[in-house]
Design a protein around this ligand. Structure first.
Ligand code: FE2
Length: 218
């Protein structure tokens, strides 16, 4: 993993969401900052070990442990940025007719309602983790996946387009643990569908440019 520069905490202005309190968000932003800080700290510690250009067998256990933890902290950082980035005040409602998301959901699931049933069912799975709608950039299709913790279940090469935190810390100040359905409804009341569409367009652009690069080198 690249160790050349530090990750920076991003700012999100989400005050006044429907059904997700400012108190929850303030606590959640602090947790997110912790992931950024820890990801940087782990990178620095492994850079120290690598500084002399080798990792000997005495260093390997510590190096390995730090790398495992980096997978957790790094994905925790990135997924929180996606989560906060697909919420907004006065968001929610249905995606616009004719939007890239609606088209992708219809061609992948038959209808947006069926896509949502699938996504919500993933989000209701027991345990702590994430419900994520990904796009496969090679064919444009959407699929929903459960991610355990932050790092287990991410699909290699797929692009996250809608990311929902379903760790209990995301809603425990607002709802009881057994009321996850209410939190899921609150999440959908605040989705920034325009941000979701931008991610879809970005994934399509990246797919085109990586295909072009492959053709040039193939
Ligand atoms: Fe979280």
């Amino acid at each position: 993993m690249d160790r050349s520069e530090s990750y920076r905490v991003k700012q999100f202005n989400l005050s006044g969401l429907k059904g997700i309190s400012d108190r929850t968000l303030e606590m959640h932003f602090k947790l997110y900052e912790g992931y950024v800080k820890e990801a940087n700290r782990l990178r620095e510690r492994n850079s120290e070990i690598l500084k002399d250009g080798e990792i000997d067998e005495n260093e390997l256990p510590a190096f390995s442990e730090l790398e495992h933890r980096l997978g957790f902290e790094y994905n925790g950082m990135v997924l929180h940025e996606h989560y906060f980035g697909n919420l907004k005040k006065d968001g929610g409602g249905d995606p616009e007719r004719g939007s890239a998301f609606i088209k992708a959901a219809e061609s992948s699931f038959g209808s947006c309602d069926i896509w949502k049933t699938d996504f919500v069912s993933v989000a209701k799975m027991r345990g702590v983790g994430w419900a994520i709608c990904y796009q496969n950039p090679s064919n444009g299709r959407l699929s929903n996946h459960w991610i355990s913790l932050h790092e287990i279940g991410n699909v290699a090469g797929f692009s996250p387009v809608l990311v929902m935190d379903v760790w209990e810390h995301a809603f425990l100040l607002d709802y009881k643990p057994a009321e996850r359905s209410k939190y899921i409804a609150a999440f959908f009341a605040n989705v920034d569908w325009r941000a979701v569409d931008e991610r879809l367009r970005g994934a399509a652009r990246n797919a085109v440019s990586s295909d072009a690069a492959w053709l040039q080198h193939g």
